[in-house]
Design a protein around this ligand. Sequence first.
Ligand code: SF4
Length: 579
Amino acid sequence: MTGPETLSVTIVDGYVDEPAHFGVPPYISTYPRYAAGALVDAGVPRERITYHTIDGLRDEPDRWRDVDEADLLIYLGGMTVPGKYVGGTPAEPDEVRKLAWTASGTSLMGGPVKFGVGEENAGATETERQDLDFDFVAKGDVEAAVHDLVESGLEGFSNRMRDVDEVSRWAQEGAFIVEQHPNHPEYLIAELETSRGCAYRCSFCTEPLYGNPTFRPPPSVVGEVDALSDLGVKHFRIGRQADILAYGGDGEAPNPDALRSLYGGIREVAPDLETLHLDNMNPITIVEWPEKSREGIRIIAEHNTPGDTAAFGLESADPLVQEENNLNVTAEECFEAVRIVNEEAGWRPGGPRDPRPADRASAGEDAPTRLPKLLPGINLLHGLKGEREETYERNLEFLRRVYDEGYMLRRVNIRQVMSFDGTEMSETGAEIANDHKKLFKRYKQQVREEIDNPMLARVAPTGTVLPDVHLEYHQDGKTFGRQLGTYPLLVGIPGERELGKTTDVAVVDHGYRSVTGVPYPLDLNAASMDELTTVPGIGSSTAGDIVVNRPYESVADAEFGGEVDLEGFATARPLERAD
Ligand code: SF4
């Protein structure tokens, strides 16, 4: 029997991406935090708990020693929705196997990996459950398994779920693990859980495997935010739930009071937070309870930070596909939900529709334009049962209607299905997705050109300011970066700037899924030719004139002629004198 106080534990985070839970850097999912809390609760001293991300192990092979020498290795991971990520590369099955082989102590694997593992992390694949050579696989909650395994002296555990008291305790006690994340503190966003399970049963989704919704009460979530905030975390996403509007209610109908306690409580314990975003809102809730939903959406928009996205799982606008896959929202209903979110939360801070008169007055005319507070995003899924050529046309029609009627979407997310054991899709598998590959490719391009590009120009018009863009990589002589937050915009800035820094950016041009920006405010006395020519209306000869005629005392001092309006985002800083 191994006593908990002498136990050394290594947690390896292979990252997770579930329909309602995200944990690829810069995000940290709840799993490592809860697992660390469960260890502490079972008597393991904090200083004997080591946390590594899979990228951390790749970057520094010496860290594998912690995997080898730990008495207990805990691997957390699993992708149940496929994707490509800038911030990190999820563990591949071969790497996970290597972890098990390297561990000299007891090894436990948990997280959504329990739902299955494909040959690689990609869409249009079928998965099956494997143990990848670990001693134990947690088929219930991995944090409960961790706790019980330690209590049993590493003998074993039953596959149980944890209860609300446990999660409240473990979430707070395990918050310390964030300090060991390579992105801590500036470039880290903590995914917060408010509930698990779903009242609906879509064929492809793993969320109903958690049963009907259960909620963490506001003090449980707020207490966790307080602990994380004390450890320097400033960015939060309330992403671990199927439907934020249903929070604290009967499982389906909204409960605005619970939302107010949640959001108000978070703002109270973390007044200096820089990001408060959400993920997942079910459009059917909005359509069925429009008044309560409007109130809930207003509460969210009052407390969140700009650029927030309510991802709607429309999945398909084709009634046949909806029927065959138990999808719960029609295109018409989803359109209605898009309209309501636009009306209640599509305002910009300090802008004309800002419902806070004081903010409107103090912002004044020169206020930089910010992203809207909260906009819908649309998720579309392909390869579902019943999919036909017409499905693609219907999806396009839906998107065109939203655009033509003047509403905003923050983003359109198009994916192909993965099928998991235990979901209805496991019978159909990836067959339809494979058959429709060509159709899918053409349609995706159409959405990019016809919808994404003009929509982006509507959501983030020229002059929109994006504060604190983190510079992530160089490509083609440009620097690319993103803000922290839910579905952040990818921003390209001319020139190769120092990576790892943050800068404020003004949007000057739009691609399909990304924008081009210049540093904000753009200093006419220092801007490079590349930066100047990126501004619409400034060609290379005007840019040349601007450079030659420096310095300027004010923006008005510089003569651009034509249609260039730089007043909103340019400045003329006094030159530093050499003497
Ligand atoms: S509504 Fe459907 S897709 Fe969304 S979480 Fe529930 S079951 Fe999954």
